[in-house]
Design a protein around this ligand. Structure first.
Ligand code: NAI
Length: 462
């Protein structure tokens, strides 16, 4: 069989980006992918299809709530679920074919099938063994359920099933107020489902800035999502058409249950490394089942690298992509680097929520002196014109040096706005640097500048 400089196992955002970068750097490269299409979870059953449903349901929300205010009269649209699913399928198709095109353009061979590593320097796919000087494992992650809950992907579903339900459920129970639960929960709430989110902790989106957590939850409640907080789900009884979620309230250990037509289990994901043969190879793993790597994405076995959800760190497509590029550069003898301190996180609800760097809670815990610059979208003309004035930009800067330490945004296009702060942080900028940068009017970005001004002598429109 063919012999390669690099074989990447997995064609998701980590793997396909690594493969393309390897090829661009002159390495003979193949990518092994067992799905019928490239793009992994993200393009097939994750980021991209969920964004299609978020977009469609947001348009419906706009039509129902804001059109008449703007003089756009007439009956508000009804939902053709089959057509919405077809639109979603088209979006997936366009994106996955795009990766296939990029592979051809960059001369990356797609080896179709599931790969394993019988020995360092070899990748087995079906009956074929391919030689590879270097192997990058980019095998991703799968949903992790809870004990006592059986997933059937029809009544009790993960994000995969939730993206392709046969019909819009009347009652949807969501277990877990993390990113998946809130994104998909808000899709179905906008499409008319009665959505109840059951969360173990007393706050939603664990790890995020506390002020954002509170404002975000209030906003989601206003949008019709119900929350049962501090509740540990114990089990789910499911029939062919309905389910009952059993949970215990942590404050008094009392037992309760909730009926639903569909239950979405969104309690996290776990690395997917089954069938790779890592045990036999002696690849070191962390206690949480992640592949252990050093600062250059090398495992303890020479010539085997790992990136993305299969290793430590946030399970985010863009983190995997960055690691993919950096690992490729290391293999090519360059100096691949990922700045883990500046990886943005985005929740694609409406309004969006985005963050980068440290939270106030982290800074307090470190005993660091910091200042806060905040600006509400209520003071942003563009947001007001677009019925999108819910939320704020919050910038945290060092009290002495003014260097930006973190930013937290809830509001329109937050997932895009966060990037000017990421770039600023990469360059070690101060809040004043941002504040002195001219921002076009009228844009949402002005809210970022105003928050930066608020770190100094004050915002203008507050
Ligand atoms: P998550 O880790 O974000 O949230 C899981 C939630 O479930 C937590 O709030 C946890 O406290 C709760 N939980 C756990 N056990 C529970 C129980 N027994 N009863 C009630 N609640 C319980 O996990 P999620 O949302 O499933 O996402 C998985 C991964 O995928 C995350 O790493 C996320 O970052 C990533 N992802 C990122 C997206 C984005 O960047 N927009 C979109 C979708 C997923």
């Amino acid at each position: 069989m063919a012999s390669y400089d690099v074989i990447v196992i997995g064609g998701g955002p980590g793997g396909y980006v690594a493969a393309i970068r390897c090829a661009q750097l002159g390495l003979k490269t193949a990518c092994v992918e067992g799905r019928d299409t490239l793009g992994g979870t993200c393009l097939n059953v994750g980021c991209i299809p969920s964004k299609a449903l978020l977009h469609a349901s947001h348009q419906l929300h706009e039509a129902q709530h804001n059109f008449t205010k703007m003089g756009l009269m007439g009956k508000s649209p009804s939902v053709d679920w089959k057509q919405m699913q077809a639109y979603k399928a088209d979006v997936i198709d366009g994106n996955t074919k795009g990766i296939e095109f990029l592979f051809k353009k960059n001369k990356v061979d797609w080896i179709k099938g599931w790969g394993s590593i019988p020995a360092a320097g070899q990748v087995k796919v079906g009956d074929d063994i391919h030689d590879a000087k270097n192997i990058i494992i980019a095998s991703g992650s799968v949903p992790s359920s809870l004990p006592g809950i059986e997933i059937d992907e029809e009544i009790v579903v993960t994000s995969t099933g939730a993206l392709s339900l046969p019909k819009i459920p009347k009652k949807l129970a969501v277990i877990g107020a993390g990113v998946i639960g809130l994104e998909l929960g808000s899709v179905y709430a906008r499409l008319g489902s009665e959505v109840t989110v059951i969360e173990f902790l007393d706050v939603i989106t664990p790890g995020m800035d506390g002020e954002i957590q509170k404002t975000f939850q209030r906003t989601l409640k206003k949008q019709g999502l119900n929350f049962i907080m501090g509740a540990a789900v114990q089990s789910v009884d499911a029939s062919k058409t309905k389910a009952k979620v059993h949970y215990k309230l942590r404050k008094d250990d009392s037992d309760h249950s909730l009926d639903a037509d569909v239950v979405l289990v969104a309690t996290g994901r776990k690395p997917f490394t089954d069938g790779l043969g890592l045990d036999a190879l002696g690849v070191e793993m962390t206690p949480r089942g992640q592949i252990k790597t050093n600062a250059h994405w090398q495992t303890n076995v020479a010539g085997i690298y790992a990136i993305g959800d299969a290793i430590e760190g946030p399970m985010l497509a863009h983190k995997a992509e960055d690691e993919g590029m950096a690992a490729a550069e290391v293999i090519a003898g360059k100096h691949g680097h990922v700045n883990y301190a500046v990886i943005p996180g985005v929740i694609y609800t409406a309004p969006e929520v985005a963050n980068v760097g440290q939270t106030e809670e982290q800074l307090k815990a470190e005993g660091r002196a910091y200042k806060v610059g905040k600006f509400s979208f209520m003071g942003n003309g563009r947001a007001k014109a677009n019925f999108a004035a819910d939320g704020f930009v919050k910038i945290l800067a060092d009290a002495q040096t003014d260097r930006i330490l973190g930013a937290h945004i809830m509001g329109p296009a937050a997932g895009d706005l966060i990037h000017e702060i990421c770039v600023a942080m990469e360059f070690g900028a101060s809040a004043q640097d941002l504040a002195l940068t001219c921002h076009a009017h009228p844009t949402y970005s002005e809210a970022v500048r105003e928050a930066a001004l608020a770190c100094g002598d004050g915002a203008i429109h507050a």
